[in-house]
Write a protein that binds this ligand. Structure first.
Ligand SMILES: C[S@@+](CC[C@H](N)C(=O)[O-])C[C@H]1O[C@@H](n2cnc3c(N)ncnc32)[C@H](O)[C@@H]1O
Length: 203
């Protein structure tokens, strides 16, 4: 019910699940959106500033991108490598834009692999909801760190549904865990967001 109400308010369709088939399902996780209730609880405690740009690695049909864009009017980029899921995100973008014409920040969706996304010096908030295998996750985090070291800036990685293997990867990076937001009754013990911050040496 809550899911449908939020989708309708944003004028998008993001409910449901899309599984990968065959060999791909070993490395790419299925499409399933972050519950709106979890997003509401998290963003009551976490603000985005006008200077922030959010990247959603494994953006699915775009729920997190549209929600964040609508709430904060900041630039968002979603990366998705399932063609049908990506097409659904593009279709959502059209209907969302019609409804949210007053929000002027850009929204981009890129079709491709998260591990090959060319991180921009303006990208500084990175969101992941259990999108892929830990091997791919490691590569994405390596790319983020390389970008932050090349173009030093404060940045945060936000993990929803943080599995132990992902948390172990984060321990071996220069990012520090700074906050945890639990979302009771959703997704059991993994129903939480963890934020890891990168602070440049000069700060
Ligand atoms: C659990 S869903 C999360 C969707 C969205 N981020 C959200 O929270 O609503 C994970 C998405 O990541 C996509 N995905 C899996 N592996 C990927 C990869 N290597 N590159 C880009 N997207 C990927 C899947 O197709 C799926 O749509």
């Amino acid at each position: 019910m809550v899911e449908r109400t939020f989708d309708e308010a944003l004028n998008i369709h993001t409910i449901g699940v899309r599984e990968w088939k065959g060999k791909d399902e070993e490395k790419y996780n299925r499409y399933e959106a972050t519950p709106y209730e979890a997003l509401e609880m998290f963003f009551e405690q976490y603000e985005l500033e006008q200077t922030d740009t959010l990247v959603d690695f494994g953006s699915g049909e775009g729920r997190v991108s549209f929600y964040v864009h609508n709430r904060f009017n900041v630039p968002v980029t979603g990366i998705e490598n399932n063609d049908r899921t990506f097409e659904a995100a593009l279709s959502n973008k059209k209907s969302y834009r019609y409804r949210a014409a007053d929000k002027d920040a850009p929204i981009y969706f890129e079709y491709g692999l998260a591990e090959q996304y060319d991180i921009q010096p303006t990208d500084n908030r990175f969101f992941l909801f259990n999108p892929f295998s830990v091997t791919i996750f490691k590569q994405v985090i390596t790319n983020i760190v390389a970008s932050l070291e090349k173009d030093p800036r404060m940045a945060e990685v936000i993990l929803y549904y943080p599995l132990p293997a992902f948390k172990r990867v984060m321990k071996h990076t220069p990012l520090q865990k700074v906050k945890k937001v639990k979302v009771p009754r959703i997704h059991g013990k993994y129903g939480k967001f963890i934020i890891y911050r990168y602070t440049p040496e000069s700060e």
